[in-house]
Design a protein. Structure first.
Length: 361
């Protein structure tokens, strides 16, 4: 394990940025109301609302002591920190500690905090209007797409394109995806692909983790929870990722310390995933939380992850082919062969020897 950064949940209600459901956003007792024009060295608070909530109590928040220990640990180990914010504002004491370390803020959009360097979390349940996004340019977004909104994906991406430097898509309810949902997803990616090609003629294409990442990758670019990053929860303990804290707080890795023990840690490594290690759907996140939840094996992705990742891979193949046809010098070192399957596990089911027939480079 070579840690590169930490994820820090600033509150039990910090917004989810990945596949686990967002905790219920609760505003603790004892809140105070702040002037909406209040500024500090971290944020410019949006003027869209006359008032915003400014939080003073420690209930639900990581303690200042735990936060300071986390920052000291990060500084000593030369780690960056991704801070996951709740839906309410933090007081100045917390802000000062956060600013002591190199970090990224990951903030729910509905917190109405404007910060051009932050990553903003959007949920399709409450997708912003064009007017809501009017002040945003070159922003990094995470879009959590609920399955019921799958048919709206291309419309949402169209709205975000001109506002984004990068869009990370997270498919929620993935465990409930069926064949009809895969067909809708494939159709939506086709629409987005055509828009991207048209957009490319006039503008630089924003990065989209589900479409453009693969055309620049020549190796796996997975989540790497437990390998490159760990999570610090509000209770001051370490976890593989935020999902494990929310699912079962007792599954911790202990207090913040230099000696970190992860049971069967080798299973997190790509080398111990016999199919994934030869797969070239390099943009697949191989989410260890979904792995454990859906297959009971931390190193084995579910069929849903494999199929959606291969649908994305094929859409990326089409984009790459069109861009290379339009611009022959575009990423000449990258090729994405066409495949005749979407789920590699179907190929090897009942006959492990067929793993050698998978058509990957």
């Amino acid at each position: 394990m070579v840690l590169k950064y930490l994820l820090v949940l600033l509150s039990d209600s910090s917004a989810s940025f990945c596949y686990y459901p967002s905790p219920k956003a609760e505003i603790p007792k004892g809140i105070a109301v702040a002037n909406s024009h209040k500024k500090d060295n971290a944020f410019h608070i949006s003027d869209e609302k006359p008032t915003d909530i400014y939080y003073n109590e420690k209930q639900h928040l990581i303690s200042l002591d735990h936060l300071k220990k986390t920052v000291v640990f990060a500084l000593k180990n030369n780690l960056k920190v991704n801070f996951l914010y709740p839906h309410f504002l933090l007081d100045e004491a917390y802000t000062k500690v956060i600013e002591e370390v190199e970090h990224i803020k990951i903030i729910p959009f509905d917190a109405k905090i404007f910060n051009e360097d932050a990553i903003l979390i959007l949920d399709s349940n409450d997708f912003p209007t064009t007017l809501d996004l009017v002040n945003y340019t070159h922003q990094n977004f995470i879009l959590k797409l609920q399955k019921k909104d799958l048919k709206k994906l291309d419309t949402m991406i169209q709205i975000l394109l001109a506002k984004s430097a990068r869009i990370n898509l997270v498919l929620m309810d993935l465990e409930n995806y069926e064949e009809k949902d895969y067909a809708i997803y494939e159709k939506q990616l086709g629409k987005i692909t055509r828009k991207l090609i048209q957009y490319q003629n006039q503008n630089a294409i924003p990065e989209l983790n589900f479409l453009t990442d693969r055309i620049d990758l020549n190796q796996m670019n997975n989540c790497q929870a437990g390998i490159q990053h760990l999570t610090i929860a509000p209770n001051g303990k370490m976890y593989l990722c935020p999902a494990f804290y929310h699912e079962n707080p007792s599954e911790d890795l202990g207090e913040i310390k230099n000696e970190i023990f992860i049971k069967n840690a080798r299973l997190l490594e790509l080398n111990y995933a016999p199919i994934c290690r030869i797969c070239d759907a390099y943009q697949c996140k191989r989410c260890v939380y979904l792995n454990k939840k859906l297959t009971l094996e931390i190193n084995t992705p579910s069929s849903q992850q494999c199929i959606t990742s291969h649908i994305e891979r094929d859409a990326s193949r089409r984009i790459l082919e069109k861009l290379q046809k339009m611009h022959p010098d575009f990423n000449p070192q990258i090729t994405i062969p066409q495949l005749n399957y979407r789920d590699p596990f179907e190929i090897v089911k009942g006959n492990p020897q067929k793993i050698a027939t998978l058509n990957h480079p």
